[in-house]
Design a binder for this molecule. Structure first.
Ligand code: IP8
Length: 256
């Protein structure tokens, strides 16, 4: 979304600018922003198989390069936010988080809490991080969002992607794909079961993995909403709690 996925190290500057403008216009308090790696982090991480953990010396340069690519993308994002009068401050995940087998094991949260207290807008991102078992790992923005939402007692999570939400099949390859507007944790678990049991691939275009990451936060009662951030004003409307088409994930039990 904020990068051109087809071309390595290519930002989508108009999208970054538009989103900064929407976030600025919405003017919400206690906001934490997280962005992914797009064509900055992912191609380098893949080239050096950073997600598999440390296997050989040649990956060391790859880890450095992945980190540096994320810093470059993050700089473009934060520069744009500042230009739109948002007091954005980078919090680099790899400097305050260690994972264990790819899952957050340790996080120094104090600077982040203090930034929020002082009404800054912390900006984090998916990152290459140190891992206590594997040497290093890739920490996705999605895992980070879920974990931060729980730690910081977030009211809600808004995930902006380049499709409208969770579909029963991949909307990029199936024009009849139907958008799922509401989904409960129980329904997600069933879907998970189906995927695991039948060893079927993720027909939702990778969206299911995103949903799985959000589950722990939703379990805690935090509502998560997935919207199409490629469509103008969707992020603004979601931040203002106005109606936007997308997928809402709710805990669900309280409805019964
Ligand atoms: O795009 C991964 O973050 P994601 C970041 O949220 C890197 O999965 C470094 C590939």
């Amino acid at each position: 979304m904020i990068t051109n996925k087809e071309k390595p190290l290519t930002p989508n500057l108009p999208a970054i600018k538009r989103l900064a403008n929407e976030i600025s216009k919405a003017n919400v308090s206690r906001l934490v922003l997280v962005h992914g790696g797009g064509s900055f982090g992912h191609p380098i991480a893949e080239q050096y198989t950073i997600m598999d953990g440390y296997k050989n010396r040649s990956q060391i340069m790859g880890f450095s390069k992945t980190r540096q690519a994320m810093i470059a993308l993050n700089k473009l994002v934060v520069d744009s936010l500042i230009q739109h009068n948002i007091p954005a401050v980078t919090v680099q995940p790899s400097s305050c988080i260690i994972t264990k087998q790819g899952r957050i094991q340790l996080m120094e949260e104090k600077p982040l809490r203090k930034l929020l207290e002082m009404e800054f807008v912390p900006v984090l991102h998916g990152d290459a991080v140190l891992d206590s078992d594997k040497g290093f790992a890739i920490l996705s923005g999605d895992q980070l969002v879920s974990s931060l939402a729980i730690k910081l007692n977030a009211e809600r999570i808004i995930i902006g992607i380049d499709v409208d939400g969770l579909y029963a099949s991949d909307p990029k390859t199936d024009s009849t794909a139907q958008l799922i507007q509401h989904v409960t944790l129980q329904e997600l678990r069933k879907l998970h079961h189906k995927i695991e049991e039948n060893k079927v691939t993720d027909v939702t275009g990778g969206m299911f993995g995103k949903m799985m990451e959000l589950m722990p936060a939703v379990e805690k009662g935090i509502q998560a909403m997935i919207i199409n951030a490629a469509k103008s004003d969707n992020v603004y409307k979601a931040l203002k709690s106005e109606k936007v088409s997308g997928t809402v994930i709710k805990r669900g039990e309280e409805v019964a």
